[in-house]
Design a protein around this ligand. Sequence first.
Ligand code: ZN
Ligand code: ZN
Length: 361
Amino acid sequence: VPNPYAERRRRLAALLEEARLPALAVSHLPNIRYLTGFSGSNGVLLAGPGNPVLFTDPRYDIQAREETGLDVRVLRGPLWPEVAKTVARRKLGAVAVESDRVSHQTWLEFTKALDGSARLKAQCGLVEGLRSVKSEAEIEAIRLSARCAMTAFERAIKRVKPGVREREIAAELDYQMRKAGAEGPAFETIVAAGPRSALPHARPGGERVGTGQLLLVDMGACREGYASDLTRMLHLGEPGARARELHAAVLAAQLAGLEAVRDGVACSAVDGAARRSLRRHKLDEAFTHSTGHGLGLEIHEGPRLGQKSTEHLAAGMVVTIEPGAYVEGFGGVRIEDTVVVRAGGAEILTTLGKELLVLET
Ligand code: ZN
Ligand code: ZN
């Protein structure tokens, strides 16, 4: 398998040249990981046409060399003054930082350290743009991640019964993900029962799940650094008409969203397809978030699939399709799949059934 990192850095260098930027100081860790393979928690990568340099601290001395094979500078103090020194020594004239990722304080300190040796430029989204289209190897990692999540879901729901706390179900899901080969959950697992399922990002709490309640499970694994994202609905005991109708309406919207996915389509059109479907059930007002998001090294990446999105889907993007409808005081339904955008449509990686899973009580 060829090392993908050098090729990614070449593509970044081409973008920098186009933008007339001699160098980019990359500090967003998922971007560094994408460009070098470095998985530590502190670093700055000076990327550009010349030799890349990775600045980090002594905790990552061995790891950074092993993971990247690059020129690694290990520093006991702050990294940015050393980045500035290298910029000055190389006579680059200008350097950009990821302006949406550095603090104002870092900007000031870096400016001071550059001491007029190079102009400081603001740049954002360059590496993220590269990351939004995945290679087949990346898609395989996300596929494995989705499998971990699905295996964990199937094992953990066997333990769901009235009286169990949301937090215990979330812990079981996380445990089963790790047992299935995940490094951990890709985000804080959401388990929300009854009226709490109407909170799209409910934190699992001490509440006990009861008979006659909807139960929302939103989970994802992290595998080889890559995230997956999956939401399914359960019901404890026989559901009433209202829960069934809500579920059926959201499922129809989710299928409409999936149907709209293909190479070249506007992200806003995918969102529109799901939203129109919910409008037919007078539930568009109850759909309070966007239809989906890209994912990969991070759980939320570009593109966003919302009403105001201006991006278009491209083959190789991996996105979620996750419409929902939330009724205060009653409960909410969301159904979410992780899918690969292909020329002919969506390839679904989260292949679990999407029916309302009725648990005997
Ligand atoms: Zn999710
Ligand atoms: Zn999601």
